[in-house]
Design a protein around this ligand. Structure first.
Ligand code: ADP
Length: 541
């Protein structure tokens, strides 16, 4: 017997309908790429998204077509997203920080028919135009007044393009399993691979992300996604914010400490989300300027391990709750959030920081297990670490065009490539990427633990640990340090600070100081480049 409930497909554009109907006046504020702050609301965003959909339909774009965006977080990017979704086309967010060859690869692999592009990236498209044979139209996210002269024959300003639609249009309807969006993993090895979200997976994912204890947005929140829409499905905030009716603050192109602070302060942001490198810049700005964060309630930090020292400063100096989160492009992206369950809620000081440093527990719809290399499940004791595998309705089962082949184990779990342990209450902690973990004398050393510890030293801005070949132990840890401006810590000071806080055999064999550590397009430490740079390094005898 089947249930007797209504057939109401879980379609993404229903999210903006909901926001426009029940939270229509709630603001969507942006720092425009042109400069000034722009204010609109969910009702207007929906109306203009509908025009985008109509305009795309007029151009012959249809169900299943891939339409790229190369843009910062602004209201126009949001309108383009919902417009694309509303005709059953597929938004394909491109990370502008990728190498031009990678961008060419993914545009062609996705066979994008159109692209919405910010002024910032127009020169890139002009330079690359010959490499984009599938691209029929370029819509520049600005108006005629700000439209620069361009060598592109098929480029038009968004506002004038949009004005050709009268808005007398209805969303298309289709099966909820229809593809909605695409995001390529940055592909530290090999070519980037396309992850394809469905309408259903996006809606389910945003529902669970909005649970209390997870991201948990409400109409009283002002959420600022500093994480760009092009990073891992925009952490799904373009869906969960309107779904909750939260005020949305889109920060545009400027991510330096002063610009982020200005928006946090003037727009009374209550929740914000980004990778640790962004918060590093903000905290440095606060330290230098003496400013504080009285309105900010919680900060979601993920995409790379959040250093314990960062959590401590947010919590203890600025009174902001840190929600350490873990996820990946393949997971839509949320996997876990570290909010405190009753088992841990009474903790204070170091004991509390120990828990907040974990990546946390999953929402409903994410199943986790840890296994050894043979696939045997490992115990949840908070110490034994192994390969972290996941299963759920918003987790990839394959990559676009079958790249990478079969990616699930026989029970349908996806291997995240992360190494982690899980404790008795279901809190997961990442100890490494499988490819970064250091294998010393047959045992594993967690590079993340060592990095976390090293950045706790007051003179250290950033730290990275890599394994370097060792004649006796296979590999030993090398600690690479970027000192804070104007400070010059010594190797002895750093090692002295770390001593006694980790097992003796985990201690780095050598410390080197560098002016800068390379980052990936999504703000992660580029371990592969570091390993290449130190390939000839030899530990002192
Ligand atoms: P990209 O490399 O394109 O940014 P993802 O965002 O999908 O791709 O990267 C996901 C990976 O980032 C995870 O598998 C994990 O290794 C790392 N990661 C994400 N969040 C955290 C976190 N809170 N702590 C440690 N690692 C994290």
């Amino acid at each position: 017997m089947l249930g007797l409930m209504q057939d109401w497909p879980l379609l993404c554009h229903r999210v903006i309908d909901h926001a426009a109907t029940y939270h229509g006046k709630r603001e969507v504020i942006s720092r425009s790429v042109e400069g000034p702050i722009h204010r609109t609301n969910y009702a207007e965003v929906r109306a203009r998204s509908l025009k985008v959909a109509q305009r795309l339909d007029m151009m012959g774009m249809k169900l299943g077509d891939r339409i790229a965006t190369l843009a910062w977080n602004t209201w126009r990017h949001l309108e383009a997203w919902y417009g694309i979704l509303g005709i059953g086309a597929i938004y394909h967010t491109i990370n502008p920080r990728l190498f031009p060859e990678q961008i060419a690869y993914i545009v062609n692999h996705a066979e994008d028919r159109m692209i919405f592009v910010d002024l910032t990236f127009l020169p890139l498209i002009e330079k690359m135009a010959a490499h984009f044979p599938t691209l029929e139209h370029v819509i520049v996210l600005t108006d005629a007044a700000h439209m620069p002269a361009t060598t592109l024959k098929n480029a038009v300003p968004y506002e004038e393009w949009l004005a050709e639609a009268d808005g007398d249009f209805a969303w298309k309807s289709f099966d909820e399993n229809t593809a909605a969006g695409m995001c390529y993993t940055s592909g530290t090895t090999g070519n980037p691979k396309g992850v394809v979200y469905s309408h259903r997976s996006n809606v389910i994912h945003s529902l669970v992300a909005n649970q209390p204890g997870m991201v948990g947005l409400s109409p009283s929140d002002v959420i600022m996604p500093v994480v760009p829409l092009f990073h891992a499905n925009g952490w799904s905030l373009a869906f969960s914010a309107p779904m909750a009716g939260a005020t949305l603050m889109m920060p545009g192109a400027k991510m330096d400490g002063a610009s982020i602070y200005e928006l946090l302060d003037t727009e009374k942001v209550t929740v914000t989300a980004a990778v640790p490198t962004v918060w590093l810049m903000l905290l440095q700005y606060l330290e230098q300027s003496g400013k504080t964060l009285p309105k900010l309630e919680r900060v979601i930090i993920g995409g790379a391990a959040c250093p314990r020292a960062m959590i401590k400063v947010f919590e203890e100096v600025y009174g902001v709750d840190v929600l350490h989160a873990w996820g990946m492009t393949e997971m839509s992206p949320l996997g876990t959030v570290c909010s405190l369950k009753p088992e841990y809620s009474g903790l204070k000081g170091d004991a509390k920081l120990d828990v907040l440093s974990k990546q946390g527990h999953p929402p409903f719809s994410v199943e986790m297990k840890i296994t050894d290399d043979l696939g045997t499940e490992l115990p949840w004791d908070g110490k034994t670490f192994g390969r972290l595998k996941v299963r759920g309705p918003a987790i990839a089962k394959a990559y676009f065009k079958g790249e990478g082949g079969e990616i699930l184990d026989e029970d349908g779990f996806f291997d995240t490539g992360d190494v982690a342990h899980i404790d008795e209450f279901g809190y997961m902690q990442i100890t490494d990427r499988a490819k970064d973990v250091i294998k010393s004398g047959g045992e594993w050393i967690s590079t993340i633990d060592l990095e976390n510890l090293a950045v706790g030293h007051p003179d250290v801005a950033e730290a990275a640990v890599i394994g370097v070949a060792h004649p006796k132990w296979d590999e030993r840890p090398l600690l690479v340090i970027v000192a804070k401006e104007g400070r010059a810590p010594t190797k002895e000071e750093i090692l002295g600070f770390m001593e006694g806080k980790v097992a003796k055999w985990w201690m780095p064999d050598e410390v080197v100081f560098v002016p800068e550590i390379p980052h990936t397009a999504t703000g992660k430490i580029q371990k592969m480049t570091l390993r290449e740079r130190f390939a000839d390094f030899r530990f002192p005898e």
